[in-house]
Design a protein around this ligand. Structure first.
Ligand code: SAH
Ligand code: ZN
Ligand code: ZN
Ligand code: ZN
Ligand code: ZN
Length: 474
């Protein structure tokens, strides 16, 4: 049967993960990824290399067709550009600066807000016209508070855990006997672990932060931080740096290790899963326990790549996210969840925050996630109470109605069409498009790569209107 497809449908761009056949060219963010642009009716699209980390051309405009011949001059220019975009200091240099810094008198410990760096008395002139402030020892221990979050909407947005979520994670890990935590893109968790060690009441936990934000190199030693890109498993400081990870994961110290990753949500699932798999093979005796923090609507994509993970109901919230922080009228529910291979019964979700234990599913669920006798699961994904549709023989979102012509449940105002059996849009239920292209969707857009979504700018008036009303209609 011919499935009707609207013009900006899921025919988009795929990441092609090849295993070292040909070497990908590098941008300032390490080896680029190979993408394939599929067009309607074509079996094989044209392939090109683009930045693994940046969803926005403004941040990294690397582009090269796979079959393109690149001139010597362009290669040299590229090399120069990659060199120019390296951090001002090596991590080792940052460490010796830090040593000097902590030995300074209280009044001489200064942080430049414009340059986002700790500077030494001899450098005062260079920052004379900048905004700078004195730094206490306590502040040095909380770099995630000191540094202003990178706000680049698309690729590098930094959403910091609320105290509540950070403590929940830490207590869960400690409670399950993990004493080594690999923090991938979770600077605030690393910070909390180090603070906890200071109080002397607990057994010390080790942590290692892997992050692309090299501002953290100013605060952490070489065994505590690696400048790392999680979309291509690239260590910016080369082998010495990846050896730090190897040593951390080695089991010779008998400590139980766990990984906690909170990637940017615009990120591509496949390359992330590939990097996490590469990390986990270093732990030889078992499946490395991990927690991957990501929005619930990526569940099927994540499980496709890493089938041993299970999505938990816990809602992660963030201090500085415009949509998912606590409001005056109680918190707006966050769509961000934990995906983990830790047995779900071992992750105790706090009752006082509205979670309960389902003894049939043997896991903790959100209070509104009622067990369905027919499906024999607690079906809700989004925090609302779902209802069972006897025609579809499954539970669906409360706002969905069974649609005769689609032969399935969907939002009442979904774009109606035929296409039984096809997996529809996760947001409105329509089979005409996938989640990515849903005109009724609000909130965070999961994928906005300039090359992935060439038509994103050309939204029709109707689609824009529909999007506006979506906030009330979903
Ligand atoms: N909730 C976390 C922060 C998550 S924000 C906390 O409170 O600790 C995403 C984090 O991933 C940021 O620290 C950001 O610098 C990092 N990041 C973004 N892109 C990355 C990449 N390509 N590789 C590694 N880290 C990345
Ligand atoms: Zn790049
Ligand atoms: Zn400055
Ligand atoms: Zn059901
Ligand atoms: Zn139905």
């Amino acid at each position: 049967m011919d499935v009707p497809v609207s013009e900006d449908d899921s025919f988009g761009i795929e990441v092609i993960l090849t295993e070292g056949e040909t070497k990908a060219p590098s941008c300032p963010h390490g080896p680029t990824l190979l993408f394939e642009k599929l067009s309607k009716g074509e079996e094989r699209g044209r392939r090109f290399y683009a930045c693994s980390a940046c969803r926005d051309r403004k941040d990294c405009n690397f582009f090269q067709w796979q079959d393109e011949k690149v001139s010597e001059a362009r290669l040299l220019a590229r090399q120069a550009e990659n060199q120019a975009r390296r951090p001002a200091f090596t991590h080792q240099q940052y460490c010796s600066r830090f040593k000097k810094f902590v030995s300074l008198l209280e009044d001489d410990k200064k942080f430049c807000q414009d340059c986002q760096m700790l500077f030494l008395p001899g450098e005062l002139n260079a920052h004379a016209s900048h905004k700078s402030r004195a730094i206490s020892v306590a502040q040095l221990r909380k770099p995630s508070v000191l540094l202003c979050p990178l706000e680049n909407k698309k690729s590098n947005a930094q959403y910091l855990f609320t105290d509540r979520s950070a403590h929940f994670l830490l207590n869960t890990l400690a409670g399950n006997g993990y004493s080594k935590v690999l923090c991938v893109g979770t600077p605030r968790l690393q910070e909390l672990i180090k603070m906890r060690n200071l109080d002397g009441k607990h057994e010390t936990m080790k942590s290692l932060l892997l992050d692309i934000d090299f501002r953290y190199a100013q605060f952490y030693g070489q065994d505590e931080f690696c400048h790392y890109n999680m979309f291509n498993h690239h260590f910016f400081e080369g082998e010495a740096s990846s050896a730090v990870l190897q040593a951390f994961l080695s089991e010779s110290d008998g400590k139980k290790v766990v990984m906690v990753a909170d990637p940017p949500f615009g990120g591509l699932v496949k390359p992330l899963a590939s990097s996490f798999s590469l990390i986990s093979v270093a732990v030889k005796s078992m499946d490395m326990p991990m927690i991957w923090i990501f929005p619930y609507y990526f569940e099927s994509r994540i499980l496709e790549c890493l089938p041993s993970l299970i999505m938990l109901d816990y809602q992660v919230d963030y201090d500085n996210h415009p949509l998912y922080k606590h409001g005056k009228t109680g918190r707006k529910q966050s769509p961000v969840r934990l995906f983990t291979n830790i047995p779900p019964g071992e992750v105790i979700l706090p009752e006082e925050e509205g979670y309960r234990f389902c003894s049939i599913c043997r896991r903790y669920v959100w209070s509104l996630n009622k067990h369905c006798a027919e499906c024999n699961i607690c079906p809700s994904k989004d925090g609302r109470e779902w209802k069972h549709c006897s025609v579809c023989e499954k539970c669906v979102k409360p706002s969905w109605k069974h649609c005769q012509s689609c032969g399935r449940c969907a939002l009442p105002n979904h774009p109606c069409g035929q296409g039984q059996g096809m997996e529809g849009c996760l947001n409105c239920g329509s089979v005409k498009h996938k989640y990515k292209a849903c005109p009724l969707k609000d909130g965070r857009n999961p994928s906005h790569h300039p090359f992935l979504n060439p038509r994103a700018k050309r939204k029709s008036g109707a689609a824009r209107k529909a999007k506006k009303t979506a906030a009330v209609s979903t």
